[in-house]
Design a protein around this ligand. Structure first.
Ligand SMILES: [Zn+2]
Length: 279
C-alpha cells in the first residue's frame, strides 16, 4: 500500500526516464541529444567487435559534435524523400480506412511478390501510429492499411526515449507527415495504473517502469471526478503524450511549425471498431 504523496514522489524519479524527454528536451536543447549520442556511441564501440559491425551500428546515431546525423541509410533502403502526403491527407486516409473497417469491410489484399520487392527497396509510410501493445488494436487492420503504409510504435501508452527516436526516424528519414497517439477502451495497462492511483497498489518489478509514467495523467483525470475513470485516464494519457511529443524533439517541432507534420491523439473503441480522433 502506498499513499498518493509517495506515488507522486516516486514519479519524480522513476517516471523520469520515460517522460523526461517531454519536460526537458525541447527543440532548443540539442545538447541533451548530443550527450545521449556520446553514451550510445561509447556503448556501441564497446560492443562491436569489428569495423564493419561498428560502422553499421553507428549509422543513425547522433554525432558527438551535434552536427548533422550520418547520411547512411539502412541497407537496401530508398533515399529519403519528402512525403507527398500532407498531414491532413494522411489523417483523412486513416479516417477513411477506419470507416471501412468499422463497417466490417477491408480493401486491402496481401501484397504480391512485385510489391514485396518494391517494399524491400524502401519504405515511405505516411503516418506513425504510437499505440498500445494490446492484441486487439492492430493498426493495419483498424485503419485498413497495407504493408509499408504505417510506421508503428507499440510500446504501451507511454513513450520512452527509444520510442521517441523511432518516431523521429519515421518523420525525418521516411517522411511521415502524421503522428497518431492511439489509446483504446478497456486498456489493461491504463486499468492497472488506475488501480495504483485508486487502490494504492504498489506496482512491482518492471511494471513500475510502465505504470508510473501514466500516473500523472491518471491523477489528473481523477481530479476531474469522471464517471468512468479508466476511460477518462486513457483519454488524458493519449492527449498528454501527444502534447509532449510536440515539444520533445527539434525535428518534430520544426516540422510542426512548418505545417509539414501533425501530432494528434485518438481513441479506438474495441467494441465498435471506431477510432475517434481529437482532431
Ligand atoms: Zn492498452
Amino acid at each position: 500500500m502506498v499513499s498518493r504523496r509517495i506515488l507522486l514522489g516516486a514519479l519524480a524519479s522513476l517516471a523520469a526516464p520515460a517522460l523526461a524527454f517531454a519536460e526537458g528536451d525541447g527543440p532548443a536543447k540539442p545538447s541533451v541529444l548530443t550527450r545521449k549520442g556520446r553514451r550510445t556511441r561509447a556503448a556501441l564501440k564497446h560492443q562491436a567487435t569489428d569495423k564493419a559491425a561498428l560502422d553499421k551500428a553507428l549509422a543513425g546515431v547522433t554525432p558527438l559534435d551535434g552536427t548533422a546525423p550520418p547520411a547512411a541509410q539502412p541497407a537496401g533502403a530508398a533515399s529519403p524523400a519528402p512525403t507527398d502526403v500532407s498531414p491532413d491527407e494522411a489523417l483523412g486516409r486513416l479516417k477513411q480506412g477506419n470507416a471501412i473497417f468499422a463497417r466490417g469491410g477491408a480493401s486491402i489484399a496481401l501484397p504480391a511478390a512485385a510489391r514485396l520487392a518494391e517494399l524491400a527497396r524502401g519504405e515511405k509510410p505516411f503516418a506513425v501510429i504510437v499505440g498500445c501493445s494490446d492484441s486487439r488494436t492492430a493498426p493495419e487492420l483498424i485503419f485498413d492499411c497495407n504493408l509499408g503504409e504505417l510506421f508503428i510504435v507499440r510500446a504501451g501508452p507511454t513513450v520512452g526515449r527509444e520510442a521517441l527516436g523511432a518516431i523521429v526516424y519515421a518523420v525525418e528519414r521516411l517522411g511521415a507527415s502524421l503522428v497518431v497517439v492511439l489509446g483504446h477502451t478497456q486498456c489493461g495497462i491504463v486499468g492497472a495504473a488506475v488501480d495504483v492511483a485508486t487502490r494504492h497498489v504498489d506496482p512491482r518489478g518492471a511494471m513500475r517502469e510502465t505504470l508510473l509514467p501514466i500516473l500523472p495523467s491518471v491523477l489528473a483525470a481523477q481530479d476531474k471526478h469522471p464517471a468512468d475513470l479508466q476511460d477518462a485516464a486513457m483519454r488524458q494519457t493519449t492527449r498528454d503524450v501527444a502534447a509532449r511529443l510536440k515539444i520533445a524533439d527539434g525535428v518534430l517541432a520544426e516540422r510542426l511549425g512548418q505545417g509539414r507534420l501533425k501530432v494528434v491523439s485518438a481513441c479506438y473503441d474495441l467494441a465498435a471498431g471506431v477510432v475517434a480522433f481529437d482532431a
